[in-house]
Design a protein. Structure first.
Length: 515
């Protein structure tokens, strides 16, 4: 294409695409039937050039665009939203009106798919009110204007697909579970008593068949249908429990049967939601960052794309949910004080003090009030706690550093509107629980020393331990940028294996209808 033709082509692209985008914004077409003659006239006033046609025949770019739209289901998106069926039915060579209609549909469909793949189909603020990670800024029209000028449109369009191992693994899992749906899915397992290794029960046959749907080799392990719960089946149950975020004990209980009875179609929906949430994420997470998955209670630390650290976490209980957010780590506090939030002091600590008048003393919790602008400390033994209520609580509580401090020995600070932070905890046994939505909103970390090393970008473990052992309240700045992303993915990838988590916060349920 010579320089003169190139200028004409750019002008034509600019005019056609901008007019198409304006018409789309004005009319918000949902179906091709909405595109009447008047709408087309508004979209293409006095336009004789075509983007996708040459002498009313499809160009290579048009074929690439249609092929790309046909891949939408791989990403959990319906190709019908992008007019695929109508596009395949049209014969643009029939007449100019049909050609213009084809042009508009293909441009409209491609613009929508470009946007949906790059930043998501749904508006996060509406689909998940607890998601506070800003949506990326993206101009689909500008992208397409550039892409159609390139020799290989398909290569340009492929750059829109999130290029992460997790995203590609989720698309593969979606294809697998869609095949399960196409096969008719699995049968429901009847209600059963607790079943242990060595038990006999008629439902064992149904359970074995259910598990064999995802693990066909399991049926080969039994020469004939058996009601005996043997070791091979127990291992299959453990594998199932691992995959679906259950307690891994080999016992077939109500939670395991409940997970078995979640249909293949529901799992497909769960995967579609996971893919949509991945598209909400920023393209560039930064050189060093933490991913905290609230759904499976995990924290992973990454540097230059490589996972350096992984640990369990405890997140907000269902009634005090931890939101999805992003922030930058600012500093660490060793041997921290705990300034108890008022709501927590009233709801959680006041009842404990009322039950045991030694509670505040033993826990190192000090009691203050504000009088004439000054902070006054009070002896908790001189307060009539029985006369204090949730509605009448005039005190400020502060816990001194020490072995009983609720924040443990280290807290990790970053600016956010909820006053959430990461911290250690003296309640170490809680990390062994399978359901770890137990906190009041902050995030407790399993290995605070390892996280402190990563946050401060140091391997000087002895210095961190020395700071802790000093028992002095000290802070350390985080000098290397460290981004934090608290997310909610009920489907994740662990060592190349797909893992499902329960929808504890019911955030997937809210999105299901919208998708």
């Amino acid at each position: 294409m010579n320089k003169s033709n190139n200028i004409i082509f750019i002008s034509m692209i600019m005019m056609s695409l901008c007019q198409s985008a304006q018409a789309l914004a004005q009319h918000s077409f949902k179906k091709s039937n909405d595109l009447d003659a008047q709408s087309l006239a508004e979209a293409y006033p006095n336009t004789t050039h075509f983007i996708w046609l040459n002498k009313q025949q499809l160009t290579n770019h048009a074929h690439d665009a249609i092929d790309f739209i046909s891949t939408a289901p791989r990403h959990g998106l319906s190709s019908n939203k992008y007019h695929l069926t109508e596009l395949k039915q049209f014969d643009p060579s029939a007449d100019k009106s049909t050609a213009e209609r084809f042009e508009f549909l293909l441009t409209d469909g491609l613009l929508n798919l470009i946007s949906d793949l790059k930043i998501g189909k749904l508006n996060p603020a509406q689909a998940d009110p607890d998601w506070f990670i800003p949506q990326q800024k993206f101009d689909a029209v500008a992208f397409l204007q550039h892409a159609v000028l390139q020799k290989h449109l398909k290569s340009e369009l492929k750059t829109l697909i999130p290029n992460t191992h997790e995203y590609h693994a989720l698309t593969q899992a979606l294809a697998l579970y869609q095949r399960y749906v196409d096969r008719g899915g699995w049968n429901t397992v009847p209600k059963s008593p607790l079943l242990y290794l060595g038990d006999h029960h008629p439902n064992i046959i149904v359970i074995r068949t259910r598990l064999a749907f995802e693990d066909p080799l399991l049926l080969l392990s039994a020469k004939k249908p058996s009601i005996y719960y043997n070791e091979i089946l127990e291992q299959a149950v453990r594998n199932f429990q691992t995959k679906y975020g259950l307690k891994i004990d080999g016992v077939i209980g109500s939670n395991t049967i409940k997970a078995m009875n979640i249909s293949a179609q529901e799992r497909v929906q769960q995967l579609k939601i996971a893919l949509e949430r991945r598209r909400w994420m920023p393209t560039n997470l930064g050189p060093r960052y933490l991913i905290i998955n609230l759904a499976n209670y995990s924290l992973s630390a990454f540097e230059n794309g490589e996972e350096k650290l992984a640990m369990r976490v405890i997140v907000g209980r269902k009634s005090r949910q931890t939101p999805s957010f992003t922030a930058n780590m600012k500093h660490l506090v060793f041997n921290p004080y705990w300034n108890v939030p008022k709501k927590l002091a009233r709801l959680d600590l006041l009842p404990k003090q009322q039950q045991n008048f030694n509670y505040f003393y033993k826990q190192g919790i000090r009691v203050f009030s504000r009088e004439n602008g000054k902070k006054i400390e009070h002896d908790p033994y001189l307060i009539d706690w029985e006369s204090i209520s949730y509605r009448n609580f005039p005190y400020i509580l502060k816990q001194d550093p020490g072995e009983h401090n609720a924040l443990g020995r280290i807290k990790f600070m970053f600016k956010n509107q909820w006053n959430i932070y990461l911290h250690d905890t003296p309640e170490r046994a809680l990390f062994s629980q399978d359901i770890r939505s137990l906190s009041s909103g902050c995030i407790r970390v399993e290995d605070p020393i390892a996280l402190a090393e990563f946050s401060l970008n140091t391997t000087a473990t002895e210095k961190i331990i020395a700071l802790i052992n000093s028992k002095e309240n000290k802070g350390r700045r985080v000098t290397n940028l460290l981004a934090i992303y608290a997310v909610y993915f009920t489907v994740s990838i662990d060592q190349d294996q797909i893992r499902f988590s329960p929808d504890t916060y019911q955030r997937d349920k809210r999105m299901a209808d919208l998708l």
